[in-house]
Ligand binder design. Structure first.
Ligand code: ADP
Ligand code: MG
Length: 354
């Protein structure tokens, strides 16, 4: 997993704008004399800044819910991070070409969802991409691997050789040198699970944001939903579009956060499993789904597919919507979102909207 400690410290692909405690007063189900309390906390986890907003019936309930959310993310990081040598995923990778490794329900679920996302995106999403991700190490070394080096890795980026035994709860990588990397889906799963842990701990509403992978539950008083601004992929700090969410997740995959340029070419961290080169069809893909695991898994896969095929897929999936910015800056909005997104008044995005 691409969870490098302290990476992307204060960057965020999507800004959560629901941080005003007063905005939550009068939440449904809470007597007006008992104003809900909002707690906002942030911590570095999974190599990124995690921001949790917890709404509780009391200060202690909100604090407990936020703590439960962070504890859940920490627990999942210890299972899924490939930066932790003892994690389950690290042990699966270390045993590649050897034997099946017993894993927890969570690791099994993330990998199974990843296999489903691969199927849905026609192989655009591929967690066997690990060796190629390591070869690029885009932000650290800024190196461009030689074609022969990538060619040698190609047989390892092979989903057919990832064997998931759901009954026996094991994962087996058939070829020595294979490595699975859930960096393109794990944060979305973690956001879902943290939101669930917060609800169990008594939160009545909240937001879990692992940088650009965000899950919301509950809503603002008076029917108001959680508002989010989607980052413009080519104008730093500018919002491409606004969207309100209710009990939904939102996730963005973009080529603008972790990249370097050489001879006018942008090299970034989302790789096309066919070429093992940075995917070229999009600048950014934002997916909205009920669950973060789908929003995150699909944004990376659709980025590889490109706007046309990607939007075709989105239109077929119930409860999945997307805003895709193509390589040329054209903005594509799925039919279910057209009435929901708002573009800033100075934006040229509306003109390109398809
Ligand atoms: P982030 O929110 O960290 O930018 P993304 O959802 O955009 O994450 O996924 C990017 C990460 O997914 C990469 O850092 C890498 O670990 C992994 N990855 C890169 N290309 C692919 C791919 N084609 N399929 C699956 N995972 C990928
Ligand atoms: Mg993703």
């Amino acid at each position: 997993m691409y969870f490098k400690p302290l990476e992307k410290l204060f960057s965020s692909q999507i800004c959560c704008l629901t941080l005003l405690a007063g905005a939550f007063f009068g939440c449904a189900g809470v007597p007006s004399s008992q104003k809900p309390v909002v707690v906002i906390r942030a911590q570095m986890q999974m190599g990124t800044l995690v921001k949790i907003t917890a709404v509780g019936r009391s200060e202690s309930a909100a604090q407990a819910a936020a703590a439960a959310g962070f504890a859940e993310i920490r627990r999942l990081e210890e299972l899924l991070s490939t930066w932790i040598p003892t994690s389950e995923l690290s042990r699966v990778n270390a045993a590649a070409g050897g034997m099946p490794v017993p894993v927890s329900f969570d690791t099994l679920t993330v990998v199974r969802r990843a296999m489903e996302a691969a199927e849905m995106t026609g192989g655009g999403f591929n967690i066997a991409i690990g060796p190629a991700v390591d070869a690029w190490r885009v932000t650290e070394a800024q190196r461009i691997p030689m074609a022969s080096e990538l060619e040698a890795l190609r047989p390892l980026v092979d989903l057919q050789s990832v064997h998931v035994d759901a009954r026996g709860r094991t994962i087996y990588l058939e070829k020595a040198g294979m490595r699975i990397d859930v960096g393109g889906i794990g944060k979305g799963y973690a956001a879902d699970q943290a939101a669930m842990a917060m609800q169990k701990a008594g939160a009545i509403a909240g937001v879990v944001a692992l940088s650009g992978d965000i899950k919301t539950f509950g809503r603002l008083p008076g029917g108001k939903l959680f508002p989010f601004g989607i980052q413009h992929p080519r104008q730093e700090g500018a919002v491409l579009a606004w969207i309100d969410l209710q009990d939904e997740a939102i996730s963005t995959a973009g080529d603008y956060e972790r990249f370097f340029e050489r001879d006018g070419v942008r090299y970034h961290h989302i790789l096309d499993p066919l070429t093992l080169q940075p995917a070229r069809a999009c600048q950014s893909v934002t997916v909205i789904a009920k669950e973060g695991v789908w929003a995150d898994g699909l944004d990376t896969g659709i980025f590889v597919m490109g706007p046309e095929r990607g939007m075709e897929l989105v239109e077929q999936l119930p409860d999945v919507e997307a805003i895709i910015v193509g390589h040329d800056g054209r903005v594509f909005v799925s039919s279910g979102l057209k009435a929901r997104v708002r573009f800033p008044s100075n934006s040229d995005a509306k003109g390109h909207d398809q």
